[in-house]
Design a protein around this ligand. Structure first.
Ligand code: CP3
Length: 333
């Protein structure tokens, strides 16, 4: 299995590829299901979630399937109401210590994700790895406090400064939840876990050391004991590589603004995943091929997992994805 070999640092003859958000709205077969259902219903039905997870694998020769779900999905178990329109929105954003103290586990954590993982594994070719995932506590906290997506995350950043102790209490609870949730995914067949810290880029290094590193490291250490391969992805985090080095993982995902040279220097013991700009999939076929090969060349010198620098965009042409996957598949190390 090429992805697992690369993540374990074993020699491989080619570079494995998967694509962040590979199951989703750029696929007409996904949109056909979405037309008749809500995102919430689709994630909660294991047969539907398994089908959507497998859709991109039928089109492209990818090295992994990532389970169809969302980083916000496990939060319902804490009594938090999340609605997707299409981004996650929180009916009652968390803005007080009292709300944080009231958060407690009310039942099993998204057991339907475990059921979906088992269904996917049954259908998946043995050469394809199965990826589970979760949101990093600091990114989950950003959505919970802000109440949804935002450009500056003013409420979140204000709360972090005004109530640092309450923020730590929230991160502690989100860390416990994440460990139980991700452990369940591993027990259900996930061979790789990616932790998404999509809003890492909001913070300076000192803030990241205090509010991200201890919690995210605790999750990754707990997963390490299970022997699952771990990928840590942080967006806009070129200035945080020394902090990310303190978080255990087999691989670190970088975006298109972080160079392989900088990542290899700060993270000499990790595989590096990335980092084609998702916008490049809108270029002409020759440019896509050339830029993908540039990424492959720049990544040489250590284990590399090919990916985009962030999730694939909704308007991306299918042929561009085919071209990209072919280019990476042909490339020999
Ligand atoms: O292929 C996959 O990666 C499968 C599943 C997946 C989804 N969300 C499905 C989804 C994964 C891995 C995620 C992770 C996720 N969700 C992240 C981390 C990755 C990143 O992009 O930074 C974040 C920040 C979220 C929160 C979220 N969920 C947003 C911002 C949105 C709306 C806009 C968007 O980017 O799609 C969602 C909704 C969502 N999650 C959709 C899908 C397919 C769209 C739902 C629809 O069809 O309307």
């Amino acid at each position: 299995m090429t992805l697992l070999q690369t993540l374990r640092g074993e020699p491989a003859s080619r570079v494995p590829i998967w694509i962040m958000r590979q199951a989703g709205r750029y696929l007409p077969e996904y949109r056909a299901i979405k037309e008749k259902s809500s995102f919430e219903a689709m994630t909660r039905d294991p047969a539907v979630a398994a089908e959507i997870t497998l859709q991109p694998l039928r089109r492209f020769a990818l090295d992994a399937a990532i389970i169809f779900s969302d980083i916000m999905t496990p939060l319902e178990a804490l009594g938090i109401d999340v609605v997707f329109k299409p981004g996650p929105t929180i009916a009652e954003p968390i803005r007080s210590r009292k709300q944080i103290d009231a958060l407690q586990l009310r039942g099993p954590i998204a057991p339907f994700v475990g059921d979906a993982l088992r269904l996917v594994r049954l259908e998946l070719d043995r050469s394809v790895a199965l990826i589970g995932f979760g949101g990093a506590p600091l990114t989950l906290a950003a959505y919970l406090i802000e109440g949804g997506g935002s450009k500056e995350y003013e409420h979140f950043r204000q709360f972090l400064r005004a109530e640092p102790q309450a923020m730590h209490a929230l991160l502690e609870k989100l860390t416990d939840l994440s460990i139980a949730y991700l452990r369940m995914q591993v027990e259900s067949g996930a061979q790789v876990i990616q932790l998404f810290d999509s809003w890492a880029g909001l913070h300076d290094a000192a803030t990241y050391r205090e509010f991200a590193v201890p919690y995210h490291a605790r999750i990754m250490s707990a997963l390490g004991e299970l022997g699952v391969a771990r990928i840590y992805f942080a967006l806009g985090a070129s200035h945080l590589l020394d902090e990310i080095a303190q978080i255990p993982s087999e691989a670190v995902g970088i975006d298109w603004r972080t160079t392989f040279a900088a990542a290899r220097k700060a993270l000499p013991d990790r595989a590096i995943q990335g980092n084609l700009d998702p916008a490049l999939l809108f270029a002409d076929p020759d440019t896509i091929r050339r830029e993908a090969r540039n990424v492959l060349e720049r990544a040489r010198g250590g284990p590399h997992v090919f990916n985009l620098g962030h999730g694939i965009w909704q308007q991306t042409p299918i042929e561009a994805v085919s071209r990209l996957v072919e280019t990476v598949r042909e490339y020999r190390l």
